[in-house]
Design a protein around this ligand. Structure first.
Ligand code: ZN
Length: 309
């Protein structure tokens, strides 16, 4: 075989390698198409879940008037959310919109909720957060108004699913300053009281975030009633709290008491980061790596040709 033939084969092999890398890179970096996401069967299922959750919040009187809002992360960069000025009991599919993490409304006719900044801060701070609910359940909001965090270690469900409740300071609703009030707490707490306002919960699904609303409001109510029966309430013994924290750790829920619990939240975060990493653009190999690959493929091609002769 002439050297010029070998050069031709090397050129073909190199072109094949480079084209394959380009296709791979294009696949990995293809921008998400927002309209496709917004109208996909997955997004429609999430929209239906938002409608169901909205109805539950309204029926349980956790939202009043047009109060409260729900959002769900539908892809790494986009979030479905409820509109402003709409009762959560009357939501329909067409009311929902798609916003990106920079707070631009991309799809949907109705203006997004004015509290979307709060939701977006949580999604950016906690990759494990896939759904956020803000609402005004009366007993939890009563604690937020009084500036009183309910006593802990009283009921197992509270300890496992929520744990110590954080209290974020007051800021004017709808502002960026308000959205940032939760940041010191949001990694270690899935439920935060918002002073003189209401609560916010995040979870892996909208359904679970609504569960946390139910758990915390019922807890606040029970603690208020129990305190009227007897000012000093009986706490679960510390060794039994350890058992509950072990369950919590297994569920991967955040809790500031767990050294490893905080790690657990980070583990979820890391998990999400890993899956995001998978979706991140593939790194192109260095030139010397391409040269090595071309030369390896060349010797295989030539070996095959010589055998064929
Ligand atoms: Zn509110």
């Amino acid at each position: 075989m002439k050297n010029t033939d070998k050069d031709d084969i090397a050129t073909i092999v190199r072109r094949a390698v480079m084209e394959s890398l380009a296709v791979n890179r294009a696949r990995q970096t293809a921008p998400e198409e927002p309209l496709e996401i917004f109208t996909s069967p997955e997004a429609n299922a999430l929209k239906e879940e938002i409608l169901r959750v909205g109805k539950k919040l309204w029926e349980r009187q956790y939202v009043d008037g047009n109060g409260g809002n729900i959002s769900v992360r539908v892809s790494p960069h986009y979030v479905l959310c409820t509109p402003t000025l709409c009762s959560k009991g009357d939501l329909c599919m067409e009311d929902l919109s798609l916003v990106d993490l920079d707070n631009y409304q991309i799809c949907g006719d109705r203006p997004q909720t004015s509290e979307i900044l709060l939701h977006l801060e949580i999604y950016k701070a906690v990759p494990a957060a896939k759904a956020v609910i803000h609402c005004h359940p009366p007993y939890a909001t009563a604690h937020a108004v009084a500036g009183v965090v309910p006593q802990g270690n009283l009921i197992p469900e509270q300890e496992v699913f929520i744990g110590p409740v954080a209290l974020a300071p007051y800021e004017t609703p709808g502002t960026r300053a308000f959205a940032k009030t939760v940041l010191p707490y949001v990694k270690d707490h899935n439920t935060i009281l918002l002073a003189n306002h209401g609560i916010v919960c995040w979870a892996d699904t909208a359904t679970h975030a609504e569960w946390y609303v139910e758990v915390v409001d019922t807890y606040c109510k029970t603690v208020m009633i129990a305190s009227q029966l007897r000012p000093k309430l009986n706490e679960i013994p510390p060794d039994k709290i350890v058992d509950l924290l072990a369950i919590k750790k297994k569920l991967g829920l955040p809790d500031p008491r767990l050294k490893s619990g905080a790690d657990a939240a980070e583990a979820i975060t890391a998990g999400a980061a890993v899956s995001q990493e998978k979706a991140s653009p593939v790194k192109l190999p260095a030139n010397y790596e391409i040269d090595e690959l071309v030369s390896r493929l060349m010797s295989e091609v030539l070996g095959f040709l010589y055998r064929a002769e």
